[in-house]
Design a binder for this molecule. Structure first.
Ligand SMILES: Nc1ncnc2c1ncn2[C@@H]1O[C@H](COP(=O)(O)OP(=O)(O)OP(=O)(O)O)[C@@H](O)[C@H]1O
Ligand code: SF4
Ligand SMILES: [Mg+2]
Length: 375
């Protein structure tokens, strides 16, 4: 990893053009309902999986925006809607102010190169029958891009950029480790010099020590190439090291969003507290002698086919009251929150509630924090 800075500097593109204050990506009321069909002999729609249910978010040029939540809450669907791999049921997606919600293939062409995706599984996301050179060159081929000096030269530079040997150009994915394969995935995403990368659990399939190396690589890419990230993860620990702003998602909705310090040190939503606590089951207990609380979150996330009325978290919330079943709490800036820190809860936690920092930090990831304290 030590020579990454040098190799990255060689291929740093010019700073990105973006109107000051204007978000690179803006999502308003984004909704995806997957229809469920039943009946015989004539099949008809009998319900819907409400995977994403009215999401608002904005990602600014060069920033990393983290999206966190338990399995099935709609994170990947959100990523696929934004990259237009799936068609939204409702809502709007604006990229640099331009509405791309229902843009057709031709209209999407210039945007496709600017928004790239990195997938969770470095094994299945690479074609085993293609060489690394073909895989990384694929996006250039599809978009008819011929960089100065030719595609092969550019691909070799990209291999070097992501910390791989350019001589491995002709090798196949099975000749690489999981971490190296994910680096190939990063190189492919960088091939078209994107402005935004949607990274869907890019390190979840890797060992923690390798996770730290890949997160480190993404940090460098972000800083030195000015690329913005929508960084999707199921726990808050990885996002903490990478994202300046974080949104917490539950059953298709954002329940809390704010800058990193607000989310990790002054969370107000009970679900954020639960995620920040390492222990699973539904009660609150004090850590002996320290006056700190640990939250045990019980049960599974309810079905997105029939989400609970009012607040969707109420079936697992230890603070739930009658109002929570009848009134959906709006995502707003409640008293005591900093600017931009929004919480959707009728009975939020006190902003001074102390948490146990040590619970969420893995030593390998924690070491990143000391090397990136200026983020
Ligand atoms: N193509 C589909 N058809 C029907 N339901 C779907 C489809 N894709 C996703 N879903 C459902 O939508 C919900 C959200 O799925 P999604 O993959 O977005 O969750 P996730 O937050 O990424 O979960 P994980 O952490 O497990 O990756 C789930 O209930 C899932 O079963
Ligand atoms: S609105 Fe009610 S149920 Fe929902 S998180 Fe807040 S206290 Fe819990
Ligand atoms: Mg997912």
């Amino acid at each position: 990893m030590s020579d990454e800075t040098t190799t990255l500097e060689k291929s740093v593109p010019q700073p990105r053009d973006s109107a000051p204050g204007e978000p690179l990506l803006e999502v308003k009321g984004l909704t995806k309902h997957f229809p469920i069909f039943g009946g015989f002999p004539i099949k008809r729609k009998v319900g819907a999986v409400k995977a994403v249910d009215g999401l608002d978010l904005a990602v600014h040029a060069g920033e990393s925006f983290g999206l966190v939540g338990e399995s099935g809450c709609g994170k990947s669907t959100t990523g696929r809607l934004i990259t237009r791999l799936q068609e939204p049921t409702d809502g709007r997606i604006l990229y640099r102010g331009k509405d791309i919600t229902h843009a057709n293939r031709k209209q999407l062409m210039p945007v496709r190169s600017e928004i790239q995706m990195i997938f969770q599984d470095p094994y299945s996301s690479l074609n085993p029958r293609q060489t690394v050179g073909t895989i990384i060159g694929g996006p250039m081929e599809i978009n008819g891009i011929n960089p100065p000096g030719g595609r092969e030269k550019r691909i070799r530079e990209l291999l070097e950029t992501v910390g791989l040997n350019p001589e491995h150009y002709n090798r196949f994915p099975h000749e690489f480790s999981g971490g190296q394969r994910q680096r190939i995935g990063v190189a492919r995403a960088l091939a078209l010099e994107p402005k935004l990368i949607v990274a869907d659990e890019p390190v979840s399939a890797l060992d923690v020590s390798i996770q730290a190396q890949v997160v480190n690589l993404l940090q460098k890419v972000k800083r030195e190439m000015g690329i913005a990230f929508l960084f999707i993860a199921h726990d808050l620990a990885v996002v903490r090291h990478f994202s300046e702003r974080v949104a917490v998602m539950y059953l298709g909705k954002i329940v809390e969003v704010g800058d990193r310090d607000s989310i990790y040190n002054r969370p107000r939503h009970p679900y954020t507290h639960a995620l920040l606590s390492a222990v699973p089951e539904a009660s609150v207990e004090e850590i002996e002698g320290e006056g700190r609380e640990r939250i045990r979150l019980a049960g599974d996330v309810p079905s997105p086919v029939n989400p609970p009325s009012g607040c969707r978290f109420r079936t697992r919330c230890w603070k739930a009251q009658d109002k929570c079943a009848t009134e959906e709490p709006p995502l707003v800036q409640i008293g005591g929150n900093r600017d931009g820190h929004l919480t959707a809860c009728h009975f939020p936690e006190d902003p001074t509630t102390v948490r146990d920092e040590a619970v969420i930090l893995d030593p390998a990831l924690a070491s990143l924090e000391t090397s990136h304290t200026d983020d």
